[in-house]
Write a protein that binds this ligand. Structure first.
Ligand code: SF4
Ligand code: SF4
Length: 435
């Protein structure tokens, strides 16, 4: 066992209201500069949606002839010698500025001096399709217009919205917000992909940074990061990325996005993990087992053997104490309500998410009660608004069982707390579901 410490974050998606305060304050602090106008170290995606850069989850497209091996390095797959030679001298496909959405400058004068207009001004929608097919508008931080509605392929039917079919399908729409920053991965493929060795993971707290003096602008990190969270500064010719606000956390202040989050949904904490177990966990054969394999890499800070190893590794005692109090450890390992984003990328991401329970439509409509009412609790889980399969494709490589277990626990916790707050004896079935 080789104990190391890592700063990590858990975000509770039920609490995100999509206000984008985190994105704007992060931008003001870190990327309000020439060369990175298009960059959002923190962005908030509408789901279902394309993400930022758009379709970044389509890994095959972005990697071209390359693939990530278990050490997180870009490696060539298939093809003859000539094809391999060609690929070596070409960076895998990079997102273009259109994939990031065009940057814009806020004109603050407009806030006070703009003439009265008939409609509320909005950012100009950017359509990915044209003419009759024009129905998808998108940007780095909004993707709202169709949410989860099934695609009719017929704009007129959509706009009129009178057919029973359309009404029925819109009742099934769902959406939620997914804030994203760099994952500060345990197995960071950005670092493994860099030919200059400019990207490194800080030994003391695991924050992944770009050494600006060593960066030669190869941009292999942009290709190598499956979350597309490294960006190219076209003024300096260097790569840049989220720094987990290290100058702030070093003096005990939270990251800008956490401190300014309106929903108070970002939990920061210290985790202890077994560095010797990372590669084996990242190589877990079955994709469905990856999130659990990563969970096992995290060490229990209350275990005296772990504390002793931490001391031998030079980790300060107050850091071990901080790991014991860590809300991140509690949410991931103790309560088991947080899951990693796309564990199948095998980079061992360190920003985990509590999946959204969201309103439970059927129950609300039929009875006027919501999922927190104990009479409805277990029926409610069967009538979730956001399909479990959709969440599973984000958080567990498509395995619905662990997502279902988390949602049941969340609903049970809410119901339990409602009983407690109302002075009722908690229902036994609910208490056992809370665990
Ligand atoms: Fe590197 Fe991407 Fe992981 Fe961040 S999310 S550490 S940029 S591989
Ligand atoms: Fe969501 Fe918080 Fe960001 Fe607002 S500030 S969009 S609530 S994560």
């Amino acid at each position: 066992m080789r104990v190391m410490a890592q700063l990590a974050m858990v975000m509770n998606l039920d609490k995100c209201i999509g206000c984008h305060t985190c994105s704007v304050t992060c931008k003001q602090a870190w990327t309000n500069r020439t060369g990175v106008e298009y960059v959002w170290f923190n962005n908030v995606e509408t789901r279902p949606g394309q993400g930022y850069p758009r379709r970044y989850e389509d890994q095959e497209t972005w990697r071209g002839g390359w693939t990530l091996n278990r050490r997180g390095r870009l490696a060539l797959k298939g093809g003859g010698r000539f094809k391999k030679l060609l690929t070596i001298f070409s960076n895998p496909k990079l997102p273009a500025i259109d994939d990031y959405y065009e940057p814009w400058t806020y004109d603050y004068e407009q806030l006070t001096n703009a003439p009265l207009q008939e409609h509320t001004p909005v950012a100009r929608p950017k359509s990915l399709l044209s003419g009759k097919d024009m129905k998808i508008s998108w940007s780095a931080n909004w993707d709202d217009d169709l949410a989860g509605a099934p695609d009719h392929g017929d704009k007129d039917v959509l706009l009129k919205g009178i057919a029973d079919k359309v009404r029925f399908e819109f009742e099934q729409t769902f959406m939620f917000y997914l804030p994203r920053i760099c994952e500060h991965c345990l197995n960071p493929s950005c670092a493994a992909s860099c030919p200059s060795g400019a990207i490194y993971k800080r030994e003391e707290d695991g924050i992944v940074l770009v050494d600006q003096d060593r960066c030669r602008g190869w941009r292999m990190c942009v290709s190598g990061c499956p979350y597309k969270k490294v960006y190219f500064n076209h003024r300096t010719g260097k790569a840049e990325k989220c720094t987990f606000c290290f100058p702030r956390v070093e003096v005990g202040i939270p990251t800008v996005c956490s401190e300014t989050c309106v929903g108070r949904l970002r939990y920061i904490g210290l985790m202890l993990y077994d560095a010797d177990a990372v590669l084996a966990a990242a190589s877990t054969a079955n994709e469905h087992d990856l999130y659990e394999a990563q969970r096992r890499v995290f060490l229990d800070p209350n275990d005296p053997a772990v504390a002793a190893e931490a001391e031998r590794a030079g980790i300060p005692r107050d850091w071990v104490e901080a790991a014991r109090r860590s809300p991140v450890y509690a949410l991931i390992n103790t309560y088991k309500v947080a899951l990693p984003l796309h564990p199948e990328y095998r980079t061992m991401p360190m920003v985990w998410y509590i999946p959204p329970l969201s309103p439970v439509v059927d129950v609300v409509r039929d009875t006027g009660h919501d999922a927190e009412d104990r009479g409805n609790l277990f029926a409610a889980i069967e009538a979730l608004r956001i399909p479990v399969d959709y969440l599973a494709q984000l958080f567990t490589a498509g395995d619905p069982a662990p997502v279902d277990a988390v949602l049941r626990r969340l609903a049970a916790m809410r119901s339990y707390m409602r009983d407690v707050n109302l002075g009722r004896d908690p229902d036994e079935r609910i208490a056992s579901a809370v665990g």
